[in-house]
Design a protein around this ligand. Structure first.
Ligand SMILES: NC(=O)c1ccc[n+]([C@@H]2O[C@H](COP(=O)([O-])OP(=O)(O)OC[C@H]3O[C@@H](n4cnc5c(N)ncnc54)[C@H](O)[C@@H]3O)[C@@H](O)[C@H]2O)c1
Length: 334
């Protein structure tokens, strides 16, 4: 049994690759290296360098004997950037997913785990969102994730209607993925809080807090932070369940059910680095909801998944990975 991990050279994907290897499940990585890094992929893992929009390359790899399923992590991920370049997000995230699904069915690869996102909910009006909460994406990025989930649903229904073997799938909606679960692998996103913060702290610059006048207890945005290794572990559980012919819910929210503010993150960074982190307060960023936190009850009940790492471990592992990379001279954003 071998799983193809698209985007396996990225931050989340390379942790998924490690989680599969640690559980004795073979993997292959399919990545175009547009944001992924070759050094993030563990040695010995076969790599196909190509785009998910390239039907011929996909057809070739998906016909490799023994491919059980696909974990589809590849994609573009910045909500703000997607507002400026929606067509590119639709090309990669929607068209890429459509091409990949078409090639999966053509090759009779019928197990599929999709990387979705909390952004499908937009700005929720409840304290804890669940899988039942209304989908209300507020950016082309969030919309592309909703469409990805619909593509899976509609394909599975069509396959059933045609009396073909089931197309088994689920979507894992990650909340704010942070931390590091492997030496030398860390989030390099120039738009995410942790890398922005750690980059500034390591260079002794003052980071900027985007807005302190939200309707939250300390005025800064509240998010549900989740360790990347916990997120990766959920993919193993989902892949095993699908391969064992268990039907899963169309989507699971992956979070810790605990809201943490940006100011609390900065305090945790101060605790980890052992010094004060002075920061500037700037204007709000467009499209940032005040608070989004999820219940993970469904993932616990049906996947047997539970986040195990706490906030301090998330910050400590992220800081260690960042400083190790700085020592090696490879720490950089983007
Ligand atoms: N990081 C988060 O907090 C977060 C939260 C929710 C959802 N997600 C989703 O998880 C996935 C991975 O996020 P990440 O943080 O690891 O991002 P990342 O940029 O580190 O990884 C994305 C990977 O996909 C590859 N890729 C991009 N376009 C491709 C294409 N056309 N063909 C093949 N490979 C391609 C990149 O090279 C990279 O290796 C994304 O789909 C993202 O939307 C991430």
């Amino acid at each position: 049994m071998t799983w193809l991990v698209t985007g396996g050279a990225g931050y989340v994907g390379s942790h998924v690759v490690r989680a599969f290897i640690d559980n004795d499940i073979k993997v292959m990585v399919y990545d175009d290296f547009s944001s992924g890094r070759r050094e993030f992929v563990p040695s010995g893992v076969p790599i196909i360098e190509a785009s998910i929009t390239d039907a011929d390359s996909l057809a070739q790899v998906l016909h490799t004997p023994g491919i059980t399923g696909v974990v589809h992590v590849a994609g573009l991920k910045y909500a703000g950037v997607s507002v400026q370049d929606p067509l590119e997000f639709y090309r990669v995230n929607v068209e890429g997913t459509r091409v990949l699904l078409a090639q999966c069915v053509a090759a009779d690869v019928r197990n599929f785990v999709f990387s979705s996102s909390a952004s499908v909910f937009g700005t929720p009006d409840v304290d804890l969102v669940t899988e039942e909460s209304a989908l209300n994406p507020e950016s082309p990025y969030g919309e592309s994730k909703v469409i990805g989930e619909w593509l899976l649903r509609d394909l599975a229904r069509a396959e059933a209607l045609q009396g073909r073997p089931p197309f088994r799938h689920t979507s894992l909606r990650y909340f704010n993925v942070v931390g590091s679960g492997a030496p030398g692998v860390y989030d390099v996103s120039p738009h995410n809080l942790f890398p922005i913060l750690l980059d500034a702290v390591s260079e002794e610059r003052r980071p900027e807090l985007f807005g302190d006048d939200y309707a939250t207890p300390d005025g800064s945005c509240v998010r549900d932070y989740i360790h990347v290794a916990d997120v990766a572990a959920a993919h193993v559980l989902a892949a095993r369940a699908l391969a064992a012919d268990r039907s899963l819910a169309p989507a699971y929210n992956l979070g810790r059910g605990e809201g943490v503010s940006v100011r609390e993150i900065i305090a945790a960074v101060e605790a980890v680095v052992g010094r004060a982190v002075p920061y500037d307060v700037g204007p709000r960023r467009a499209g940032d909801p005040a608070r989004i936190v999820t219940s993970a009850d469904l993932a616990r009940a049906e996947l047997g998944w539970k986040a195990s790492e706490d906030l301090l471990e998330m910050v400590a592992s992220a800081w260690k990975a960042w400083t190790d990379a700085s020592v090696e001279g490879s720490a950089r954003l983007g």
